[in-house]
Design a protein around this ligand. Structure first.
Ligand code: A3P
Length: 323
């Protein structure tokens, strides 16, 4: 019922307009909703997800803090789940960005009408940046893969992403002349960043992965980089589509790792797009920068690094999660 959906979305917008708003975050305004800073344009979608996202137990949810390797995780899980449907020479990832292959829930619920997701083939993989506490209870029925990344590298990645995307996307025209690193660092450190506080986001899923390891698989970008083949095997097993012995023998795991590697994906025309024609105008190329571990040393002063390390230590204290 389109009219009824429209009315409900109007009420979400009404609620959204009453939330605290921060216009200082470059790229887009953030709103404080249930203890997290959500990009303002996604808050109504977020409310819609909370009330109407009802995944099937077979569905799979990929969750990340922005800039933690979402693009990579999307490519890997898509290629793994659908490996029997596509050949490597004619693969959807050759002509679609990983984000086109696997949409974000925040986008699916942004169209002012509730999508009927249960008609999609089962299992379906969805991606989201929403923190656990903002997901509906029903989301805990399906398997969740959480990918996190070292806070210093995530910050540096995010800084560059925002800087590169601003020309094509900025909601605030005043921020188009290059991004102030120390000001952005300040905000990030204080927890004011898209889907932040960064640490609270990780902790929610970390704790859930300890409580229900069979439902939440917790990965780190760094360990995926170190041993992608064994991590991908684990991912396939968790998603319910383990690699067979024949597949392992035939090098299928390695083939998928190679298909989805940074060096491979970034060379496809579709991922080189600079024009910002995709994802609400974010350029596809801005999702592929360096793909390295430890690149923060090239951008953060020792003082900044120490500050971020201290915050990380304090925030994660006693959780068992360390960086
Ligand atoms: P850098 O900016 O450090 O290079 P997200 O996908 O969550 O937006 O994260 C983007 C980060 O993941 C960027 O990090 C990007 O280069 C890196 N990345 C993108 N594709 C990757 C891949 N296939 N393998 C490894 N890293 C990848």
């Amino acid at each position: 019922d389109i009219e009824r959906d429209e009315q409900i979305y109007n009420s979400y917008e009404e609620l959204t307009s009453q939330l605290p708003i921060n216009h200082d975050w470059p790229l887009f305004s953030l709103q404080h909703y249930q203890s997290f800073w959500i990009p303002a344009r996604f808050v109504p979608a977020c409310m819609a997800i909370q009330s109407h996202f009802n995944p099937r137990p077979s569905d799979i949810l990929l969750v990340t803090n922005p800039k933690s390797g979402t693009t990579w995780l999307k490519a890997l899980s898509f290629a793994t789940l659908h490996r029997r449907s596509f050949s490597l020479s004619d693969h959807p990832l050759l002509t679609n960005t990983p984000h086109q292959c696997l949409p974000y829930l925040e986008h699916l619920f942004s169209h002012r009408t509730f999508p009927n997701l249960n008609v999609l083939p089962s299992p379906t993989i969805f991606a989201t940046h929403l923190p656990l506490s903002l997901l509906p209870q029903s989301a805990l029925r399906c398997r969740i893969v959480y990918l996190c990344r070292d806070p210093k590298d995530t910050f540096v990645s995010m800084y560059h992403f925002v800087d590169r995307s601003m020309g094509s996307f900025a909601e605030h025209t005043s921020t188009t002349q290059g991004l102030d690193l120390s000001k952005t660092f300040q905000m990030f450190s204080q927890g004011t960043s898209a889907f932040g506080p960064f640490w609270d986001h990780m902790l929610g899923y970390w704790k859930e992965s300890l409580r229900s390891p069979e439902m939440v698989l917790f990965f780190r970008y760094e360990e995926m980089m170190e041993d992608p083949v064994s991590r991908l095997s684990r991912l396939a097993q968790f998603m319910g589509c383990p690699f067979s012995m024949e597949e392992e023998r035939d090098g299928v795991v390695e083939d998928i790792v190679k298909l989805c590697s940074f060096d491979n994906l970034r060379e496809f025309e579709v991922n080189k797009d600079n024009k910002g024609s995709f994802e609400g105008k974010l350029p596809a190329s801005s999702f592929f920068r360096k793909g390295k571990v430890g690149d923060w040393v090239n951008y953060l002063s020792m003082e900044m690094a120490e500050k971020l390390d201290a915050i990380t230590k304090e925030k994660l204290h006693g959780s068992g999660l360390t960086f």
